[in-house]
Design a protein around this ligand. Structure first.
Ligand code: UD1
Ligand code: CA
Length: 447
């Protein structure tokens, strides 16, 4: 049976108090809508429709970037969740299969839960995802009789008896495409909010003699983000899961609670990660690497048994070879550092290629930017770049070449050659003592 997704993301999210649409706020460097799409992708949907409204243009741009195949439809006025789903009617015309409705602000529905929902859809006409709420508050209540679902009642419209029910509606719902849109066209808005409630499709289905049921999941999966405090809570939930998954996958985290992962961080076994390491998006770390404390990595690849940090900054386009070594206060950007090469102290290497086993001395800078354009630096295998060298790009240092400390390298250095470019040093005997005497005398005179 094929599946299609409808993801609701038209709401304003006024409690975020933000100029950014709610579903574009990020957890683990991925907008909330991206988490919902990622969760939905686990059922391999044949079609994905995102319903946008507030901040539609911005949301649509992000959706297109994440999944060029997704279709966005606009809900001009937010007249309720049922009305929102109705906007997907055209985009799903001719689709024969199960439609799953997700919320763009609910990031953590698991693949297992969605599988259970799909499985239930082969037996029931409508399946709702419910959960036992710690505090049911404003959630819709599932009014069930055994496995049969009679209806969903919104908290606003519920009686005291109904409010006592703790089995709540997550908002996720699955139904056959034709059934769903037939039921939606029969929705009314005669309720306390004056909205077209998606939840009313359950009661309508039952009235037609169709079967409605529910599956449940842990409450943590259904957590929605409505304000910044819940956004931080969602981040916490994500990080706790990512840390645990990394450790169970064979990664040592010296102090797990201080390490931050992005949604797509990939770390191989036997990697060791020190305290206070932060991963931005697009990081891959291979077996046996060590990332020391206070390092920040983003868009980079760290080779097997490589070492980075403490206090390393690896920016996008960094590719560290096997056993490469990046030390403290070193920034690398858009640069390949081949196997066994070392950049151990206080350096900036950007737009560069550093050959295998090359040694980059302390304080080396690739001067890659002339104020208008970026230029490349090439450093050959086993080259030795002296401390405090400035490599003014575009420039090449050959294999096994050297630069003397303090050299400003402005010309290509052939293989095996030494570059030395600094003012000649002069010794003035006794001059230091004389100078100090002069200065002290001057100070004494002033009083
Ligand atoms: C909804 C459910 C409630 C459930 C709760 C779970 C309904 C009527 N109620 O209530 O049973 O317990 O979610 O969190 O469905 N949206 C649109 N267009 C609209 C209205 C909403 O796109 O016209 C989107 C919102 O952006 C949001 C989602 O639908 O992502 C849910 O809407 P919201 O108004 O927050 O519903 P709740 O009142 O929380
Ligand atoms: Ca809500």
């Amino acid at each position: 049976m094929q599946t299609a997704l409808v993801i609701l993301a038209a709401g304003m999210g006024s409690r975020m108090k933000s100029d950014t649409p709610k579903v574009l706020h990020e957890v683990a460097d991925l907008p909330l809508i991206g988490h919902a799409m990622k969760a939905g992708a686990s059922v391999s949907p044949a079609r994905t429709v995102v319903v946008t409204g507030h901040g539609a243009a911005a949301v649509e741009a992000v959706v297109a970037g994440l999944d060029p195949g997704a279709v966005c439809v606009r809900q001009a006025e937010q007249l309720g969740t049922g009305h929102a789903v109705d906007q997907a009617r055209q985009a799903l015309a001719g689709f024969e299969g199960t439609v799953i409705v997700l919320y763009g602000d609910t990031p953590f529905v698991s693949p297992e839960t969605l599988q259970a929902l799909v499985a239930s859809s082969t037996e029931a006409d409508v399946t709702v995802l419910g959960f036992e709420a710690q505090d049911p508050a404003l959630y819709g209540r599932l009014i069930a009789d055994g496995r049969d679902l009679a209806r969903i009642v919104e908290a606003k419209d519920a009686s005291a008896d109904e409010l006592a029910v703790t089995l709540c509606n997550s908002g996720v719902i699955a139904a056959g495409c034709e059934t769903l849109f037939t039921l939606i066209s029969e929705l009314g808005n005669d309720n306390k909010s004056g909205e077209y409630y998606l939840t009313d499709v359950v009661g309508l289905a039952r009235a037609k003699g169709l079967r409605a049921t529910y599956v449940t999941c842990p409450e943590a999966e259904t957590m929605g983000v409505n304000d910044r405090a819940q956004l931080a809570e969602a981040e916490g939930v994500f990080q706790a899961r990512a840390r645990r998954a990394a450790m169970l996958g064979g990664v040592t985290l010296a102090e797990p609670d201080s390490v931050y992962f992005a949604h797509d961080t990939q770390i191989a076994r036997d990697v060791w990660i020190g305290p206070h390491v932060v991963f931005g998006p697009g990081v891959v770390i291979r077996e046996g690497a060590r990332i020391h404390a206070f390092s920040h990595l983003e868009g980079c690849m760290v080779g097997a048994d490589a070492i980075a940090g403490p206090f390393a900054r690896l920016r996008p386009g960094t590719d560290l070879g096997t056993k490469a070594r990046i030390g403290n206060f070193v920034e690398i950007k858009n640069a390949v550092i081949e196997d066994g090469a070392k950049v151990n102290h206080l350096s900036y290497v950007g737009d560069a290629h550093v050959g295998a086993a090359a040694n980059i001395g302390a304080g080396t800078i690739t001067c890659n930017y002339d104020g208008v354009m970026k230029h490349r630096t090439e450093i050959g295998a086993r080259a030795f770049v002296g401390s405090n060298s400035l490599l003014v790009a575009p420039v090449k240092m050959g294999a096994e070449s050297m630069s003397a400390s303090g050299t400003v390298v402005t010309k290509d250095v052939p293989d095996g050659a030494l570059a030395i470019g600094r003012a000649e040093m002069v010794i003035k005997p006794g001059f230091a003592r004389k100078l100090m005497q002069m200065l002290r005398a001057k100070k004494a005179k002033k009083g």
